[in-house]
Design a protein around this ligand. Sequence first.
Ligand code: ZN
Length: 426
Amino acid sequence: MTGNNQGVDNIKMHLNQINPKDKLLILAKRVIDGTGAQPKNNQAIFIENQQIKNIIPQKKLNNHPELNNYHKIDLNDTTILPGLIDSHVHLALDGIDFKKTTEEWKSPAKTNKRVKQELENTIKKGIIAIRDGGDKIKIGLNSKRRILNNEIVGPQIISTGQAIYKDGNYGSFLGPGINSKKEIKNEITRLYNLGVDQLKVLVSGIVSFSNYGKVGQVQFDVDNLEYIVDLAHSLGLEVMAHASSNEAVQVSIKAGVDTLEHGYFLSEESLKLMTEKDIPWIPTVVPVANQTEVPDQYSDEELDVIKRTYKLQLKMIDKAKELGVRLGIGTDAGAYQVRHGLSYFRELELFNQTSLTPLEIIKIATINNAEIIGLDQKLGSIEANKEAHLIGVKGNPLNDLSLLKDPELVFYTPINNETKLSQLEA
Ligand SMILES: [Zn+2]
């Protein structure tokens, strides 16, 4: 491990990078593995080659043949969980001042410095992977490259580079905008060649904080969106669809997008279709709910609209659970009042106001999100052959989900993917 822990049994470091040669044996009071299974007490987790090798009850350790080859870490007062994942962020924005941040884009040094700090804060909170929804100057993609090059420390990034949107509509800070099928094709090809992992499409504008139920207009019809989705899929790119009205949700479902972002005001019928087509929903409640934290900026009428909007969203999450829609946790960090590495826990808190149990919420935050961002082969659960990404908290998060806010310990495996790296350098 990289850190100051000198091979002692009680490690005190907060953030611990797992190195290829580390052979670790973590003794945990309790393991919540992220799959939705009930927690298991007094477990021993073997880590080798930066992967979880095995998990066994501690009472079976005595006759383990290779016990002494492992560096033992006694966390018998700690609950161990998989590293957390945020399915929707925008590193290009800071969540505080849109105008100031976008002006700062002119100074890459300043922006890089801010983002470096945001990424560090994020991983220190135990968020070990994020999906970035894009920005005009490709800060998300550039951050991915910097992490791959070991220039900075941060979570693994799935990047969309820039977003596809209809010229003249909402989205001008997210990409260049397109006008025709020919331009769609050029854009997707360009993004693919840049090495993006997924494609982000703005199917609608944003939700209004002054008119209840009002959302910026739908940007693509089914024919055009289907064209985008098919093209993306032919290149092996999944499509994350920003759809903030039921109309946009319907278009997105028909066009066959892979994940549905926001989905404010979506109908029960839409949720049923999403179950049928197995399209996950990332409801991003916090960008709306957090507006109530700055009441001075809104009139009473507006605050009422904001409250009704996010409370409806919580109600629809209950419906989604009932209908078996796969859910994901995304914060839209970077949006006004949504902070990188911090607001994630507010989103968990909001989910906790629904009928979802803490165990279900942890599953959504880990394995569900790993599936959504396409990394479930290596992240999202404490199971054999997964990469080693673990967080440790004192106490039992199933009794108090807010414990996740301040993890005692974070273990992470740095990303190592040479193919993508060379692509991004080109
Ligand atoms: Zn977004």
